[in-house]
Design a protein around this ligand. Structure first.
Ligand SMILES: Cc1cc2nc3c(=O)[nH]c(=O)nc-3n(C[C@H](O)[C@H](O)[C@H](O)COP(=O)(O)OP(=O)(O)OC[C@H]3O[C@@H](n4cnc5c(N)ncnc54)[C@H](O)[C@@H]3O)c2cc1C
Length: 360
C-alpha cells in the first residue's frame, strides 16, 4: 500500500513527487518513457516549450535552475503580436526561456528522489475507491496490474482520466491545439502571437526552435480545426513566413478555464494538480507556472495538515483561482477585436525594432 500514488510525471506530478518523495511512500505512474529518452516512437508532449516569467519565478522558488542541455536556441526577448484582419503588428518586451520540452520533463523526473517508485511506460486504466484507500488498475506492456494507495493525485494533464472518473460533470472548455514543425534556413528571434477570429477565438503562434519553426494554434474542436489550421498556414505564408518543409505535426487538447468553478481540486482521498485540475492561464495558455504552483501548494498542504489536506490545498490555491479570474477579466482586451485594436493601435509599451541600416 502506497501513501500517495501520482498519475502523470509532467511538471506538476514530477514536482510533487520530488517534494514529498522523501517523507512518504510514493508511486509515480507515467505513460511516457521519460526515463529512457532515446527510445523511438515514444509518446511526446505537445508544447511550445517556452518558460514564461511566472514559471521562471516558480523554478527559482523551487530552488531550481535550468541546465544548459535543456535550452533550445534562440532565447527570446520579444513577442511579435500580429492582428491579421487589421494588418496590425506590434512588438513587446518579454523574456522567455526557450527549451526542449521532452528534455525538460525528463530532467524534472531525474530530480525525483530514488525512494519514489517511478514507473514509466505505465498507464492508469481505472480506479475504484475501497474504504479508506484507492485501488488502481494499471497497464504495462499489455498486462494489467493492481496497486493500492491511501491518497491518489491526478497530475495527468488536460485530458485527465482521474478527473473524468472522479467528476465527469464538471466540464472545462477545451481547445484542440495543433502544432507543426517546419525546417527553416533562417529564424527570426520572436515568439509570434497571431490573432484572427476567422481562425480561432483564442490565438495562434510561431516559435523558433533551433533549425525549426513551430506553428501552432488553439482551435475550437467543433469548428473544422484542421481546415482552420491550413488557413493559418496559408495566411502565414502570405505574410512572409516560409513554411515549406514540414517535419512533424501533432494535436492535443488544451483547456481554457472561464470561471473559478471550473477549477476542481478533488474530494476525499483523491486530488488534482496542474492542468488536470484546470490550472492554466486562460489568456496565454501558459501552464508551467500553474503546474509548479499547484504541486507546491499540495505538497505544503500534505505536510501542514495531513488529515484535512484538501481543505488546506483549497486555501493555499485561493490566490491562484483569483489570478485566473483576473486574467479572464483582462481577456477581452486581447480577444475582442475592437478592444485589441485600441490596445495595439495605441502602441503603449510596444517597442520599435531597429533593423540593420543599408547604404550610406
Ligand atoms: C500545443 C501546446 C503548447 C503549449 N505551450 C506551452 C508553453 O510554451 N509554455 C507553457 O508554460 N505552457 C504551455 N502549454 C501548456 C503546458 O504544456 C501544460 O499546461 C503543462 O504541461 C501542464 O503540466 P501538467 O504536469 O499538469 O500536465 P502534463 O504536462 O500534460 O503532464 C501530464 C502527464 O500525465 C501523463 N498521463 C496522462 N494520462 C495518463 C494515464 N492515464 N496514465 C499515465 N500517465 C498519464 C502524460 O503522459 C503526461 O506526461 C502548452 C500546451 C499545448 C497543448
Amino acid at each position: 500500500m502506497y501513501d500517495v500514488a501520482i498519475i502523470g510525471a509532467g511538471p506538476a506530478g514530477a514536482t510533487l513527487a520530488r517534494l514529498i518523495g522523501n517523507s512518504r511512500k510514493v508511486l509515480l505512474i507515467e505513460r511516457r518513457d521519460l526515463l529512457e529518452q532515446k527510445k523511438k516512437n515514444t509518446i511526446t508532449k505537445l508544447c511550445g516549450g517556452l518558460i514564461a516569467p511566472d514559471a521562471q519565478y516558480m523554478l527559482g522558488k523551487l530552488g531550481l535552475g535550468v541546465p544548459r542541455e535543456i535550452l533550445a536556441g534562440p532565447q527570446l526577448f520579444t513577442v511579435r503580436t500580429i492582428d491579421f484582419p487589421r494588418n496590425l503588428e506590434r512588438y513587446y518586451q518579454r523574456h522567455y526561456i526557450n527549451i526542449d520540452r521532452e528534455k525538460f520533463d525528463a530532467w524534472l523526473v531525474s530530480l525525483v528522489p530514488s525512494s519514489v517508485n517511478i514507473r514509466c511506460g505505465w498507464f492508469l486504466k481505472s480506479l475504484e475507491r475501497t474504504g479508506d484507500s484507492v485501488r488502481l488498475k494499471l497497464t504495462f506492456n499489455g498486462k494489467e496490474y493492481i496497486e493500492e494507495t491511501k491518497l491518489l493525485v491526478g497530475a495527468d494533464g488536460a485530458f485527465s482520466s482521474v478527473r473524468r472518473m472522479l467528476a465527469p460533470k464538471i466540464s472545462l472548455p477545451k481547445y484542440l491545439a495543433i502544432q507543426e514543425w517546419f525546417k527553416v534556413s533562417e529564424n527570426l528571434p520572436y515568439f509570434s502571437v497571431i490573432f484572427d477570429p476567422t481562425i480561432t477565438d483564442f490565438y495562434a503562434w510561431t516559435i523558433p526552435k533551433e533549425e525549426f519553426l513551430l506553428v501552432g494554434a488553439a482551435l475550437l474542436p467543433r469548428e473544422k480545426p484542421r481546415e482552420k489550421f491550413n488557413l493559418l498556414k496559408e495566411k502565414l505564408n502570405n505574410y512572409g513566413f516560409a513554411l515549406k518543409e514540414p517535419v512533424k505535426k501533432g494535436a492535443a487538447l488544451i483547456i481554457r478555464p472561464r470561471s473559478a468553478a471550473q477549477i476542481y481540486l478533488g474530494e476525499g482521498n483523491i486530488s488534482l494538480i496542474g492542468e488536470a485540475a484546470g490550472w492554466i492561464s486562460p489568456t496565454s495558455a501558459e501552464g508551467l507556472s500553474y503546474a509548479f504552483r499547484s504541486a507546491l501548494a499540495l505538497a505544503q498542504s500534505l505536510q501542514e495538515n495531513p488529515r484535512d489536506y484538501l481543505r488546506a490545498y483549497y486555501k493555499r490555491t485561493g490566490e491562484l483561482k483569483y489570478n485566473i479570474m483576473v486574467k479572464n477579466l483582462k481577456a477581452p482586451f486581447m480577444y475582442r477585436p475592437l478592444l485589441r485594436r485600441i490596445v495595439m493601435g495605441s502602441g503603449v509599451t510596444a517597442m520599435k525594432i531597429s533593423k540593420v541600416l543599408n547604404g550610406a
